[in-house]
Design a protein around this ligand. Structure first.
Ligand code: FAD
Length: 287
């Protein structure tokens, strides 16, 4: 099923998982998927080369399992700066052979140890290329606080428009913790002529270390309320996790009340966290 067809009714609720890191048994992801399936997400997306996993390990296989074993639409992430046109064509063939119809087309983060290839410099070029290759549904990333490399939000939005014009049918946002930033972003992109659905990316705070790492990587800001929680429970991981989950639920309830097209939960492969959140937001999400 094409992901674009999911939008327009109730808000879309989706999950993101990553292929297991090299030191984690591959089976762990299949157990995670079995647990996530029971929560009835609208789709599950699978990262590629992110989260410390081996680049490309199993993204296509995991997507295939999500779709064919669990009957849930999947989206395969595909970053392009380290790919050539030929290698992208090979991957598209693999996706096609496995029945994967949805791709999140990305530039990917620069790795100082890897010289990027010269075929794709920006996600918009990958989107245009995939569009030429057939009938994939293409999603793209967006950044409510601006992409960290961008000089300002308006410039970033002008490049976001290029991705939509090239063929992105929906957008998934970077994580953020201050909903007014997302609402201001929605207004700005609408003014820029972007009208495709935008899912809000939510990463629950479950540990101080993980959130500090993520925030330093993606440049998201931490509002006072969350900073105070993190300070209050800095020596109490269980209370920090409980408070972090309540914060995420409060964020999601507010987003749903304000007409978000969808909520994309960065599950960090933790079905218990996803289950708790889904139970708490079910009513607000009309489930
Ligand atoms: P782009 O849209 O190409 O933008 C990158 C930068 O270039 C921006 O600053 C933009 O403003 C600028 N830009 C764009 N076009 C132009 C142009 N024509 N001229 C000048 N500047 C331009 N990374 C992974 O490696 N694997 C994953 O699985 C993964 N999944 C992700 C999922 C989501 C939902 C998100 C939000 C991010 C994900 N990332 C992943 C991280 C992503 O690869 C990085 O954020 C990366 O730095 C930018 O990717 P992009 O596709 O947004 O890039």
């Amino acid at each position: 099923m094409k992901a674009a067809a999911l939008f327009g009714g109730k808000p879309v609720l989706s999950f993101e998982v990553f292929p297991p890191k090299p030191n984690v048994p591959i089976d762990s992801i299949y157990q995670t998927l079995s647990a996530l399936k029971d929560l009835h997400p609208d789709f599950i997306s699978v990262t590629y080369g992110a989260g410390g996993s081996v680049p490309g390990a199993s993204t296509a296989e995991i997507c295939e399992t999500i779709q064919n074993t669990h009957g849930i639409p999947s989206i395969a992430h595909l970053p392009c700066i380290n790919e050539t046109r030929e290698s992208v064509l090979e991957k598209l063939e693999q996706f096609r052979a496995r029945g994967i119809e949805n791709i999140l087309a990305l530039r990917g983060d620069r790795n100082p140890d890897v010289e990027p290839k010269d075929d794709f410099h920006y996600a918009s070029e990958l989107i245009a290329f995939i569009r030429e290759q057939g009938d994939f549904d293409i999603a793209a990333a967006c950044y409510p606080e601006g992409h960290p490399e961008s000089p300002d939000l308006d410039t970033d939005i002008s490049h976001l428009k290029e991705k939509v014009d090239a063929g992105a049918s929906h957008l998934i946002s970077q994580l953020f913790y201050h909903n007014p930033d997302f609402y201001a972003f929605r207004e700005k992109i609408a003014a820029a002529g972007i009208s495709v659905p935008v899912e809000a990316g939510i990463m629950p705070v479950t540990s101080k270390k993980s959130i500090e790492r993520m925030v330093s990587l993606c440049g998201a800001s931490i509002p006072n309320r969350l900073a105070k929680l993190m300070a209050r429970y800095s020596d109490d991981p269980a209370s920090l996790k409980a408070a972090g989950l309540e914060y995420a639920i409060m964020q999601i309830d507010d987003l749903l009340a304000n007409g978000a097209d969808g909520i994309h939960i960065y599950t960090m492969n933790n079905p218990d966290v996803a289950r708790y959140i889904m139970e708490q937001i079910a009513e607000a999400a009309g489930r």
